[in-house]
Design a protein around this ligand. Structure first.
Ligand SMILES: [Zn+2]
Length: 283
């Protein structure tokens, strides 16, 4: 490359950096490259899998009964309702002798599409690892931590790492009117269905889903005063310990259901989210 060409290359690079809106990064970052939330008021905008977060709040890196893992990912932002819920869950886990729990991805500072996830877009989803017994660690130590697999994928059952305490933590998380759904591997839901519980009503929101064999995914209902939040269909009545649940177990005699893929282009982001991106670019 000629010296002039290199200078031009540097200049273009510098201009690209300057074009990045305040507090945002150019590459490798989650949606919009935003480093900080947009100002209040707080709104979850759109659906869990197609939207964004306005007026998000950070979950403090650690608190009573919880610690956030992999802080460098910058995915510890949520609607204030989610932050309150997680702080409460930490308190309740501590009181139950299950803490500190390990909180993983919430949302990017302004939500939006998040690599590695089909949802987590509006600040109302949080992953909590199903790994217990980890002491309070430094933030640096939490970067290299891994979750624990609780499912024997071949046998489609929980494995030897599964304990009653894992079930107790899932129950604790589910037993809260703010929760819409908690996704776990079907083998985990089956294990919980087959346990005795004084009150089984919490099982209703514990839903079988792909993956989720080392963490649970907690999804809150649209909080009050969030008219732009589009709720999901409510979960059916009952504890969900039924034929539909057991149909998740692979059956070699049954041909696998054809994969259903959404046809056509993905839906556009809600207008409010597009506006947020556009106004940030013109800052
Ligand atoms: Zn998740």
């Amino acid at each position: 490359m000629r010296a002039g060409g290199f200078a031009a290359f540097l200049l273009v690079g510098l201009l690209m950096l300057l074009m990045v809106p305040g507090g945002a990064r150019a590459q490798g970052a989650d949606w919009g490259g935003f480093e900080i939330p947009s100002p209040a008021p707080s709104h979850a905008v759109g659906t869990y899998s197609n939207g964004c977060l306005m007026g998000g709040a950070p979950l403090p890196p650690e608190g009573a009964g919880y610690q956030v893992v992999r802080l460098s990912r910058d995915r510890y932002y949520g609607h204030p309702a989610l932050i309150d819920y997680l702080v409460d869950l930490g308190d309740r886990a501590e009181a139950a002798g299950l803490g500190p729990i390990l909180v993983a991805d919430l949302s990017a500072p302004r939500g939006g599409p998040l690599s590695g996830h089909a949802s987590h877009e509006i600040g109302l989803d949080a992953d909590v690892w199903l790994r217990l017994g980890v002491p309070a660690l430094s933030r640096a130590e939490r970067e290299g931590l891994h979750s624990t697999l609780l499912v024997d994928r071949a046998a489609f059952t929980v494995n030897g790492a599964w304990t009653r305490d894992h079930a107790a933590l899932i129950r604790l998380a589910a037993d809260d009117p703010r929760v819409a759904r908690i996704f776990v591997h079907a083998a985990i839901k089956i294990a919980m269905c087959e346990m005795d519980w004084p009150d089984r009503s919490f099982l209703r929101v514990v839903r079988p889903w792909f993956g989720h064999d080392s963490h649970m995914h907690i999804r809150l209902v649209c909080p009050e005063g969030t008219p732009h939040c589009l709720p999901q269909t409510p979960v059916p009545a009952g504890d969900g310990c039924n034929a539909e649940l057991y149909s998740w177990i692979p059956d070699p005699s049954r041909p696998p259901a054809p994969a259903t893929r959404p046809s056509g282009p993905p839906p556009p982001l809600p207008q409010l989210c597009q506006d947020m991106l556009r106004s940030a670019r013109s800052e």
